[in-house]
Design a protein around this ligand. Structure first.
Ligand code: PMP
Length: 359
């Protein structure tokens, strides 16, 4: 069976070697006589998988001991509420940078729990850039400063992290997770849904500095309390067992790949191929300010809606699927996460070139 090149923003493609490994282990994991899907999460064999996955995140991302790695459910969207529930309890003030739809959703959620300040926004620029920051608009005694590190829909990424002084930086890293090295000590909290770069949907990873634990509001639902999750090794209740297992296989794959430095080079190479072609094209263009371009989600348009639709349709017929842009912005978007091979991007560029020649 021929596999397509899948440019989905998430859930998205996984490396074939990982899928094959999961298939090999499907009926009998490591001599246990069971599939990982069937195991009790309290069994020794499963616990080993969970602990190995957690260690894998630590090794690959270089997470210091003073941070906890939590496995949660509910998607990144649950964390939009969990962040204020766990942190907005000191001055009960927080700063948010609005760089797209998911940052806006997080901001709306936080408004329910305290005084939330929009410290910067690029809404007026249709989110085609990361806004300039004016520290005079920051709240000095904020409980945290919130960013969305990579904006999946608009194809932007923070070119540099904001300087927030003593205020903990909280980042949604859903669509840049494991795509490049990140300076973990710069963050108070990082969280991400795994369904783009890390595993099948169902797991959300929260990386939280220990001193930020134990501050949750009294009415925080127990399964959303990071401290409860930390104290129970993420097994306060049944964790998303299968997704955690695949994340472990992905982390092993990244180690074999050469770690996140090598992954960054691989991703930069793919993004450059695509952006260079778009920039040289007379038909396709990318609306994002160049220094804010995402390495993971490359957006592009043609001058007409009809041409956009024709492109998406013809591309799908040729085996390049899920290239339609988000319904709120239209146009096209190629999500080129870790598992997308360079050949996939080269083939897409060739297809775009040919489409342009014929149109
Ligand atoms: N944040 C970002 C950056 C995303 O791309 C997404 C989903 N595409 C979300 C949050 C929402 O994630 P979930 O569907 O896991 O709640």
């Amino acid at each position: 069976m021929a596999r397509v090149y899948n440019f989905s923003p998430g859930p998205s493609m996984l490396p074939e070697s990982v899928l094959n490994r999961a298939a090999e282990e499907m009926l009998d994991y490591n001599g246990s006589g069971q599939s990982v899907m069937e195991m009790s999460h309290r069994s020794r064999v499963y616990e080993e998988i969970l602990f190995a996955a957690r260690q894998g995140f630590r090794d690959v991302m270089g997470i210091p001991d003073r941070y906890k790695v939590l496995f949660m459910q509910g998607g990144a969207s649950l964390q939009f509420a969990a962040v204020p529930l766990n942190l907005l309890t000191g001055s009960r003030k927080a700063d948010y940078a609005i760089t797209g739809r998911f940052a806006e959703k997080a901001y709306q959620e936080a408004l329910k729990y305290g005084r939330v300040n929009m410290a910067a926004s690029s809404k007026a620029q249709s989110f085609t850039e990361i806004p300039a920051l004016d520290p005079r608009k920051f709240t000095k005694d904020a409980d945290y400063f919130y960013i969305c590190h990579n904006n999946t829909i608009y194809g932007t990424r923070w070119p540099a992290l904001p300087e927030t002084g003593g205020v903990p930086l909280v980042a949604d890293i859903s669509s840049s997770f494991l795509s490049e090295p990140m300076d973990v000590p710069r963050f108070g909290v990082m969280f991400g849904g795994v369904q783009k770069n890390v595993a099948p949907a169902g797991l959300t990873v929260v990386i939280v500095r220990e001193d930020l634990l134990g501050r949750a509001r009294f009415d925080t639902p127990t399964v959303m309390d990071w401290n409860v999750m930390a104290e129970n090794d993420s097994m306060y209740n049944t964790p998303p067992c299968w997704s955690i297992y695949i994340s472990k296989l992905i982390l092993d794959w990244i180690k074999l790949f050469g770690g996140l430095d090598a992954m960054k080079l691989h991703n930069e190479h793919k993004a450059k191929l695509l952006y260079d072609f778009i920039d040289s094209s007379a038909l396709f263009s990318n609306p994002v300010r160049p220094d804010c371009r995402s390495m993971m989600n490359v957006t592009f348009v043609t001058p007409s809606e009809e041409t956009n639709s024709a492109f998406v349709k013809q591309a799908a017929a040729a085996g390049f699927v899920n290239l339609k842009g988000h319904r709120s912005v239209g146009g096209m978007r190629a999500s080129i996460y870790n598992a997308m091979p360079i050949e996939g991007v080269e083939a897409l560029v060739e297809f775009m070139r040919e489409f342009e020649r014929k149109s």
